[in-house]
Ligand binder design. Sequence first.
Ligand code: G3H
Ligand code: 13P
Ligand code: ZN
Length: 318
Amino acid sequence: MIVTTAQLFKHAYGKYAVGAYNINNMEQSLGLFQGHIEAQAPFIIQISKGARKYAGVKMIEAIIRAAEQMYPEAIYAVHLDHGDEKTCYDCIDSGFYSSVMIDASHETFEQNIAITKRVADRAHAKGLSVEAELGKLGGVEEDIKVDEKNAQLTDPVEAKEFVQKSGCDSLAVAIGTSHGAYKFKGQQSLHFDRIEATQKLLPGFPLVMHGSSSVPKDEVLRINAAGGKLDPSACGVNENEFKRASSLGVTKVNIDTDGRLVWTRVHREFFRDDPAGFDFRKPGEVFVQEYAKFIVHKSTKLGSTGQLASLRTALKAK
Ligand code: G3H
Ligand code: 13P
Ligand code: ZN
């Protein structure tokens, strides 16, 4: 059942985080739904501009509609990830999406507010909610100066002003994470002081954490042992920190890279072990199973495992 992102956030806020996964094809979708049924966890399907281009808008939507029929027990929202203004309007008008993200974080503070407000006004008129982004997510490296590091992280006072003026419904904040497999060298912690300060100024307001893959070392080593050339010192977010973050208002956690690593490991190992093979359904089946397992694991870390029954009751009570 597709629900609004706001409904998911209302149920999760302060208790657990909803996992948001980028989906590009049928195999990922099967694993995503199967894993969440097993975990009895709600989730958010994220569609990026790249996914819309890769699969085609009609195809990616049809895959999700088909999955909805195959897994009627699932409860989830459909979200545009990192949209520009035009793509946000396309998705708002399509009637298929629960929410959109307008990513104008590269603009000035004022421009970001103005663009986000235009999108929020149009989305709200159609019952969708809007995620915006404030701060710079890109690689907060250990060797940069403390002042510089602080400047890249989201300022809580600015976050409050931004939310009030833009009318957005959730905010992606820079709290020490970044996209991709090479986030930082050596383990780093989330900037809990920032999260806490932001929550104090915006109580009850859902915060979003992008760039939340953990880039598991064993996954990287298995990929490299099967012919890959990933930097083995690559390091991601400590997934044991998700629960503390969710207790401080982080309600949506975006994960894409870790799923790509599962795909890469499965296919590299498969063809290493069966170099004469060419039936793509064989590694495809393994991938669906492994992706489902990965979802079950992430749901435990996010605290979303077992939340479906109480969410269903809450949705009925409305
Ligand atoms: O943050 C972006 C996601 O990882 C989606 O990546 O734009 O290559 O589809 P993509
Ligand atoms: P990762 O690259 O850490 O998986 O982040 C994904 C993301 O933020 C999608 O919006
Ligand atoms: Zn992102």
